[in-house]
Design a protein around this ligand. Sequence first.
Ligand code: GUN
Length: 280
Amino acid sequence: MSAIVIDGKALAAKVKEQVRAKAKKLNAQPGLAVIIVGDNPASRVYVNGKKKDCEECGFFSQEYALSGTTSQQELLELIGKLNERQDIDGILVQLPLPEQFDEQEVLRAIRPDKDVDCFHPYNVGKLMIGEEGYLPCTPSGVMRMLEEYGVEVAGKHCVVVGRSNIVGKPQAILMLRKHATVTICHSRTSDLADQCRRADILVAAVGRTGLITADMVKEGAVVIDVAMNRNEQGKLCGDVCYEEVAQKASYITPVPGGVGPMTRAMLMENTLYAAQSHGK
Ligand code: GUN
């Protein structure tokens, strides 16, 4: 069997087109502030992508590129000002921040109604108890892909490999909210291959090239690769050994062109939601 490839790029284009159409009907333009600190090359690529998405969706975007020597206080002051601005609906601080920052304090400084990443403890708490509100971009992008391809989640065994606050933990919660039985695996999981083989839906979000091999995947499983790594040749790749796993899975996401574009599209949806919630 050869898996159906989930085309994240095409789906993201469709989502952004829908967002653009809805944004057009608002009485003011949605606005997103993107803060980048330091010169992490991967962060630069991500931030450029987000600015381009804003243009495509008809949003106003403003980038704040701060030097790597910026202090915690200076960053908090900038966020404080953006919190008060009417033209800014969403505030995104690109992670990771340089070492001198207390990341959690920075994320808590973003007003929850402008927290389009869904990283503020208030929004994470709402996510946990199933209240309506922001959804984190990568996990909600994964859920949208499953939905669009008709993959039922209720009653399935989902195995999430990785327990980060950005992906693994919220991914597990979203799957639980859709009535899956969820296992979270991490670096101390003693029988990773066995756990993965039990998955109807396997989500890999670790950041280690070659981690998920075909022998760890059940025949017909749905395999979602969230990672964005570079292999020895410098080529973008995920955690999943794509060629061999695609022979066994029923659906699979490629890297690039899978989860990445959907993460960005969900950020646009969240920014639209922010603008609507601000009465635009
Ligand atoms: N760094 C890696 N992923 C993300 C993300 O989704 N949002 C932000 N702000 N930073 C990130």
